[in-house]
Design a protein around this ligand. Structure first.
Ligand code: ZN
Length: 351
């Protein structure tokens, strides 16, 4: 019989395991919550979160994993590449920041989380609009660095910033339309206005199979209207080794939670394009998968204005991490207003 030292009942928990490893020691910073409040595309937030965790595939990280054995910054070739170099001290990044006319905080021996605390922390003087711009420039610098690695072509800083401006303007425009459309809903559906005012949301959902028995599990995360975290959940599924069926069952889990909690008029994202197309044309042949699809459609109809969309795997990282959590195959868990620190180690563990 074994005993986990430090726990009152001697029980091991993943959270405590990570705390012992020191993974969670720096995660009390307010930046971990504020990332999700940024008014930027979800993809940028996930990117920034990964940068804060230092789990981007930078050369220093790839050397630790023995994927590469030489570290020379792909953008400048003048120094070794690490997260602080890419985004702050690399001459290419310095150029981009200067051209953007954003006064970023000085490096001053800070690590990336400490540096981010200066502009995204609790006591920063940066406006939310400026925080969004900084996040966008960081994402752009990372995209440019990836182009240098994979296409051997580093975009000019002015072209990079022009693309950023165009992308962000388009996203803000779409977002404003979406919010305006939600605001108009009670006018077009007055019968619902008093008792079931829609609560907009964005939900990311995924399913995974755990080795060695291929045990299936789901994971989903829900963000509120301003992309603040509402809930994260995971748990076991009961199905054979059928990835598409598992994706449909995971979607069913997320939809059930959303319905039970009064949400509607939002977007649900899955990285299974086959699931999205199957929902749009349900077969007349009756099998377990089709019954699951019909259950999903029934739930979707109960959440007026809700759509299910395809998103690439990178943008679905959080839901994937939740479904990959080792505890998910044994017990259903729901975290409201989660300490993001719980998800972070899971995310780190999947990279
Ligand atoms: Zn460099």
């Amino acid at each position: 019989m074994w005993y986990w030292e430090g726990d009152i009942r001697g029980c091991y928990s993943v959270k405590d395991g990570y705390r012992r490893l020191g993974v969670m020691t720096t995660q009390q910073s307010s930046v971990w919550n504020n990332v999700w409040k940024l008014q930027v595309p979800p993809k940028w937030k996930v990117f920034l979160w990964r940068a804060l965790l230092n789990i981007l595939p930078t050369l220093d990280n790839l050397i630790i994993r023995r994927v590469v054995d030489v570290n020379s910054c792909p953008s400048c070739g003048l120094d070794v590449e690490c997260v602080m170099h890419i985004f702050c001290s690399c001459p290419y990044a310095v150029n981009v920041w200067q051209l953007s006319q954003i006064q970023i905080p000085p490096i001053a021996n800070r690590n990336f989380v400490q540096w981010a605390e200066e502009w995204l922390g609790a006591t920063t003087g940066f406006s939310s609009e400026m925080q969004g711009r900084i996040c966008g420039v960081l994402h752009c610098i990372w995209s440019a660095r990836s182009a240098a690695v994979w296409d051997a072509a580093l975009p000019g800083p002015s072209a990079l910033l022009s693309r950023l401006h165009a992308h962000w303007t388009a996203w803000l425009d779409t977002e404003h339309r979406r919010v305006a459309a939600i605001g108009r809903l009670p006018v077009t559906a007055p019968a619902q206005a008093t008792s079931t005012t829609p609560i907009p949301f964005s939900c990311f959902v995924d399913a995974s199979f755990h080795r060695p028995q291929r045990a299936p599990a789901f994971g989903f995360v829900v963000f509120g209207g301003e992309f603040s975290l509402v809930v994260a959940a995971n748990g076991p599924l009961t199905c054979p080794y059928d990835p598409l069926l598992a994706e449909a069952m995971a979607l069913c889990e997320a939809l059930s939670w959303l319905k039970d909690n009064g949400y509607s008029g939002g977007s649900i994202y899955t990285d299974s394009s086959l699931l999205v197309s199957s929902l749009n044309s349900v077969s007349s042949f009756r099998n377990y998968f089709v019954y699951t699809l019909l259950a999903c459609k029934h739930l979707i109809n109960a959440l007026p204005g809700t759509v299910v969309c395809f998103v690439n795997r990178e943008a679905n990282q959080v839901a994937h991490s939740l479904s990959k959590d080792v505890a998910a195959i044994a017990i259903r868990s729901v975290w409201r207003d989660v300490p993001h620190s719980f998800i972070e180690p899971m995310l780190a563990n999947t990279i």
